[in-house]
Design a protein around this ligand. Structure first.
Ligand SMILES: [Zn+2]
Length: 474
């Protein structure tokens, strides 16, 4: 497909070694346990690793907040002949990142215009995560049915939400639009709960959950595993961010654990918070983050409440689709034109020739070692953490791994989306697991009655008009 961007047409067929930029955000994994630290050391960005310092992100792109350079000191932007449409990153998360969402293009323009110090650019930031280790994340809102159960079981959470918002949740019809409206009221109410109120209830909640975690505690009923997981997540987040009511986020957001090689895509205006583990991440070239909790940084609750889509259920989880007829090349293609990611696995004794790409690409060695060769005779030694810029129409690159090696060479490569008509991260296709929520829902009743009527019918069916049975006490 034709490229969306115009790149420099200067002849530059050579693959060039990169110097990425390291970000030391407080949530990063510390010392050599962090892949970001090891990769930064290998690529010559740092001379030594401080065992006590966090190493959070490695940036491979042209964004002005962290532009990568070619090893000889020239800027990547100059080599590309402009901005790359995407940012490629490695993330090492030791503790949770803030609860956040990224704006769509029109909102990004407004935010940047009105508050350029918080919103550095005017671009949207859809993002894709591919796990390098088991990776925990909160992604998208839970289904309303799950949230309703959690409100009933956790009076401290219920106490942070207005009666009106709770009524909307409990009396909601099966119509999508009504559910979204109920979820919006609920989220808005939770986010605008006064800090003193939420901290007081959070304290009580944590005390109770801690007690319930102890071996001596006799549960009055067998608690489903997903609820236990949710409680454990809250305790862990509260430990990381004492006093921050964002620790209750697992009541509202899907809590996922994905395995190495699995991925998900976060479209604009979807709430998420990455919790722990290491990933490669690719996104449109932007650094716009609207934060709502689990952070000492600026929280922009009004914009967050206003921007979200309030769609429910988690993202599609995908372990990649073979590309170019070779199942050693797995592609992760989101439904956005700026980027896609390939993970290439070359086993000992094998070689793989990558296709000639009509667009520039960035790649980084994730693990293993090997060599490359191309028709220009350019040979590179591949080691974990080394990263490269591959100009467009570069001669096809052959990667080879000596048969004496013990493990495969794995490379992650990002470029402008070449498979936009075949995304595998938005639709349900073979090899795709669609997050089905924490439990199966009963089939929707048909025909679907109106919102209030449905709620009243339910009350009547139960033979009890007392709403206190359905709405938790405040
Ligand atoms: Zn994000």
């Amino acid at each position: 497909m034709a490229s969306q961007h115009t790149y420099s047409t200067e002849s530059k067929s050579n693959i060039l070694p990169l110097r990425p930029v390291v970000k030391d955000y407080a949530w990063g994994i510390r010392g050599l346990d962090s892949r970001v630290a090891r990769y930064a050391l290998e690529s010559g960005v740092i001379d030594e690793v401080d065992p006590d310092a966090p190493y959070a992100e490695l940036w491979l792109g042209t964004h002005p907040s962290g532009p990568a350079t070619i090893r000889d000191g020239t800027s990547l932007e100059h080599a590309v002949g402009g901005q790359l449409p995407f940012m490629f990153k490695v993330l090492s998360a030791g503790k949770a990142l803030s609860i956040q969402a990224h704006p769509c293009k029109s909102l990004a323009r407004e935010l940047h215009r009105d508050n350029p110090s918080e919103y550095a650019d005017d671009n949207h930031k859809p993002e894709l995560a591919v796990a390098l280790t088991p990776f925990e994340a909160m992604c998208g809102f839970r289904r309303l049915e799950e949230i309703a159960i959690l409100i009933k079981k956790h009076p401290e959470f219920a106490a942070c939400i207005s009666n009106e918002a709770k009524l909307k949740v409990f009396l909601c019809s099966q119509e999508d639009e009504d559910k979204r409206a109920a979820l919006r009221s609920l989220f808005q109410s939770f986010m605008s709960c006064p800090k003193e109120t939420s901290s007081r209830h959070l304290k009580v909640l944590l005390k109770r959950l801690q007690k319930e975690q102890s071996c001596d505690f006799v549960h009055p009923h067998e608690e489903p595993p997903w609820e236990r997981k949710c409680a454990r997540a809250i305790l862990r987040l509260a430990q990381q961010f004492p006093g921050d009511s964002g620790a209750m986020a697992p009541f509202l957001l899907n809590y996922l654990l994905i395995a190495p090689g699995e991925s998900f895509f976060m479209a604009a205006n979807e709430p998420h918070a990455y919790v722990a583990g290491e990933i490669i991440e690719c996104m449109a070239c932007s650094d716009n983050v609207v934060r709502a909790g689990l952070t000492p940084k600026f929280k922009d609750v009004d914009n967050l409440v206003g921007m979200l889509t309030y769609s429910m259920g988690g993202p599609t989880i995908n372990a990649g689709t073979p590309a170019y007829g070779d199942d050693r090349i797995m592609r992760y293609t989101p439904p956005t034109k700026e980027f896609e990611v390939m993970v290439i696995t070359c086993n000992p004794g094998e070689d793989i020739t990558l296709p000639r790409l009509p667009v520039p690409a960035i790649f980084i060695v994730i693990e293993g070692s090997g060599n490359t060769d191309n028709e220009d005779g350019q040979r590179l030694v591949m080691r974990p953490g080394r990263s490269y810029y591959m100009p467009s129409n570069c001669p096809p690159l052959t990667i080879a791994v000596n048969s004496s090696k013990h493990g495969p060479l794995r490379i992650a490569l990002a470029h402008e989306n070449q498979h936009i008509d075949q995304p595998n991260l938005s639709t349900s296709t073979a090899g795709t697991k669609t997050w089905s929520g924490e439990f199966a829902l009963p089939p929707a009743p048909s025909p679907s009655p109106k919102c209030a009527r449905n709620g009243l019918d339910r009350l009547k069916e139960n033979g009890n008009g007392n709403r206190e049975l359905h709405i938790p006490p405040i």
